[in-house]
Design a protein around this ligand. Structure first.
Ligand code: HEM
Length: 480
C-alpha cells in the first residue's frame, strides 16, 4: 500500500523534532543545575524572590557555568571575570541582544524592528555623543533640574525615585524626541511608559504565542498603537515646517536628517519605546541612589560626612559641574554598586563555553551578572560598600586588577553592546545632582531613612530602584 506524501512528511517532521529534542537534552544535561528550593519550580521561585542570593548559591553549588529553568526557558549563567569577557564579545548572530529584548518587548515593537536595531543604535551613537548635542542636553538637564528642585522644595516630603523619574523623563523626552513631543505629549508619554512597565513582565507574554489577545497583551498593543499615533502626528507637523528643525539637536531630527535612517520612520515609535526603557530606568537610578547615599552620609557619622562638604566646595569652585572629580567618582560608584542583576542574550546558534564541556543550545537564554561581579570581594576592595574614593586619583590601590582576559566593570556594559548613552546619562546626572548639592540642603523627610537600603527592585529593565522608595526633604541654601 502506498503511504500518502502528507503522512510521510508528518512522520519525517516528528522524527526530526524528536532527534532535535534529544540533541538539546544531551547538550543541556552537560550544564549543571542547582537545587535552590523544592522540585519543579524551586529554582525559578528562588530566583524570582531574591535573584542575587539565588545566583550566588547556584555558583557555590555548581561552579561558574550552570543553568536555571525558568518555566519553559532555560537560562544559562556564566559566572567569572574571564567568562564576562567572553560573553560580551560573542557576536549578535550567535547570542542575540535584540532577540533577548524581544522575549518581553515584542508586544510594544512593530514587526521587523529588530532587523534595524544595529542601524538605529548606530545613528543614536553618532548623534548623542557629539559635543554640540551633549552641550544642548546639559542645558536642558540644568533647566529641568532648576524647575524640578524648586517644586521639590515646596513640600516637606518628596518621594525620591518617583520624583527623579518625572525629572529624568522630561529631560530625556526633550533631548531625544524634541521640544514638540515635550510640549504636546510629555505627560502622556510618561503615562504610557508606566503602563508598559506594569504589563511587560506578565508571564503570559513569555509563555503564550505572540498573537494571543490576553489582557496584558491587549493593553500593551493599545500603548504601542498610541505611541505610533503620537509619532505620526508629530512627524506630520514637522514635515509641514522642515526649516524649523534644520539645526535641532534632538535625536528624532537627527534620524530624519541621517540618510541611513530617514526611510525607517515606521520604526521610530518602537525605537523610542526601547530607548525610554534603556535611558530612563538607569538614569533615574543613577541620580536617586547618589542623592540617597549623600543623605545617608549626613545621617551616619561613621561614613565620613565631610565627603558632602568636600563635594559642595568642589562644585562651587569648579567652572562647571562636569569638572568635579568627586562628582564623577560618586556617579561611577553608583553605577558599580547599584547595577543590573543580569544581562540577557538569546542563543541563535550553538556556542561552546571555553574550558568546559558545555554547548549552549539554540533557544536558551544566556546571562552574566554585573551586580555580582561588582560585589565580589576578589574584584573590589570594600566591594559591598558605596565607596566613591576608589575611583579618585590616588585611590588606584582600590581599583580592580586589570587583566586583558577579564571584565570586572560592567556599569555600562562592554564589548558589542556597550551602552551608547553613557556620556548622555553622565551629563544629565551631573547637572541634576550638581544643581541639588550646590543650591540645596537635603536629608530624609520626617518619616526618616528607608527601613531597608538593601531592598533592591531588580524587576526593572536596567539598574534597580529601591523597593518602597525613599523620602527626602530639600531646602534652598540661603545665598549671602
Ligand atoms: C546611568 C544610565 C545608564 C546605564 C547604567 C546604562 C547601562 C547600560 C548597559 C549595562 C548596557 C548593556 C546591556 C547589555 O549588554 O545587555 C546598555 C546598553 C544600551 N543603552 Fe544604556 N545605560 C544608561 C543610559 C542610557 C541612555 C541615556 C541611553 C539612550 C540615550 C541608553 C541606551 C542604550 C542602548 C540603545 C543600549 C543597547 C546598545 C546596543 O544594542 O548595542 N542607555 N546600557
Amino acid at each position: 500500500m502506498l503511504v500518502p506524501p502528507a503522512i510521510l512528511a508528518l512522520v519525517a517532521a516528528a522524527v526530526f523534532i524528536t532527534l532535535l529534542a534529544a540533541r538539546i537534552r544531551r547538550q543541556l544535561s552537560l550544564v549543571p543545575s542547582p537545587r535552590l528550593g523544592g522540585p519543579v519550580l524551586g529554582n525559578a521561585t528562588a530566583y524570582a524572590t531574591d535573584p542575587a542570593a539565588a545566583i550566588q548559591a547556584a555558583d557555590v553549588q555548581c561552579g561558574p557555568v550552570f543553568s536555571i529553568q525558568m518555566l519553559f526557558t532555560q537560562n544559562i549563567w556564566l559566572r567569572s571575570n574571564v567568562l564576562n569577557k567572553f560573553y560580551v564579545n560573542v557576536k549578535e548572530d550567535a547570542w542575540s541582544f535584540g532577540w533577548g529584548m524581544n522575549l518581553f518587548l515584542h508586544p510594544v515593537v512593530a514587526p521587523g524592528y529588530w532587523d534595524h536595531l544595529r542601524t538605529l543604535v548606530g545613528s543614536l551613537n553618532r548623534c548623542i555623543n557629539r559635543s554640540e548635542a551633549l552641550d544642548s542636553y546639559a542645558a536642558i538637564a540644568r533647566d529641568e533640574a532648576v524647575t524640578g528642585f524648586a517644586q521639590w522644595a515646596q513640600t516637606n516630603d518628596t518621594a525620591l525615585f518617583e520624583s527623579a523619574s518625572v525629572l529624568a523623563h522630561k529631560v530625556i523626552v526633550r533631548c531625544l524626541m524634541g521640544p514638540d513631543f515635550y510640549h504636546h505629549n510629555v505627560y502622556e508619554l510618561s503615562d504610557l511608559l508606566h503602563k508598559v512597565e506594569a504589563d511587560i513582565g506578565s508571564i503570559f507574554n513569555f509563555v503564550l504565542p505572540h498573537w494571543v489577545p490576553h489582557p496584558a497583551a491587549k493593553r500593551l498593543w493599545k500603548a504601542r498603537d498610541r505611541m505610533q499615533d503620537i509619532f505620526r502626528e508629530r512627524l506630520r507637523e514637522r514635515a509641514s515646517d522642515p526649516n524649523r528643525w534644520a539645526d535641532s539637536e534632538d535625536y528624532v531630527s537627527h534620524t530624519l536628517r541621517d540618510r541611513l535612517t530617514v526611510h525607517l520612520t515606521e520604526f521610530f515609535p518602537a525605537h523610542h519605546t526601547l530607548l525610554m526603557f534603556a535611558a530612563h530606568t538607569s538614569t533615574v537610578a543613577s541620580i536617586s541612589w547618589t542623592i540617597a547615599e549623600a543623605c545617608l552620609l549626613k545621617q551616619c557619622l561613621i561614613r565620613s560626612p565631610e565627603r558632602l562638604a568636600i563635594l559642595r566646595k568642589e562644585l562651587l569652585e569648579s567652572p562647571s559641574v562636569h569638572s568635579s572629580p568627586l562628582l564623577h567618582a560618586c556617579l561611577k560608584e553608583t553605577s558599580r554598586h547599584y547595577s543590573g542583576i543580569n544581562m540577557l542574550r538569546l542563543a541563535r546558534s550553538p556556542v561552546t563555553i571555553p574550558d568546559s564541556n558545555v554547548v549552549v543550545p539554540v533557544g536558551a537564554v544566556v546571562s552574566i551578572s554585573p551586580y555580582l561581579t561588582h560585589h565580589d570581594a576578589r574584584n573590589y576592595y570594600r566591594a559591598t560598600e558605596w565607596f566613591p574614593e576608589r575611583w579618585l586619583e590616588g585611590g588606584e590601590q582600590f581599583r580592580p586588577a586589570k587583566s586583558a582576559d577579564e571584565v570586572t566593570y560592567l556599569g555600562f556594559g562592554a564589548g558589542s553592546h556597550r551602552c551608547p548613552g553613557e556620556k548622555m546619562a553622565g551629563t544629565i546626572a551631573r547637572e541634576v545632582v550638581g544643581e541639588l548639592v550646590r543650591n540645596y540642603d537635603f536629608g530624609w523627610a520626617a518619616s526618616g531613612p528607608p527601613k531597608d537600603f538593601g531592598a533592591l527592585d531588580f524587576t526593572k529593565i536596567g539598574s534597580p530602584w529601591l523597593k518602597g522608595d525613599a523620602h527626602v526633604r530639600i531646602t534652598p541654601i540661603a545665598k549671602q
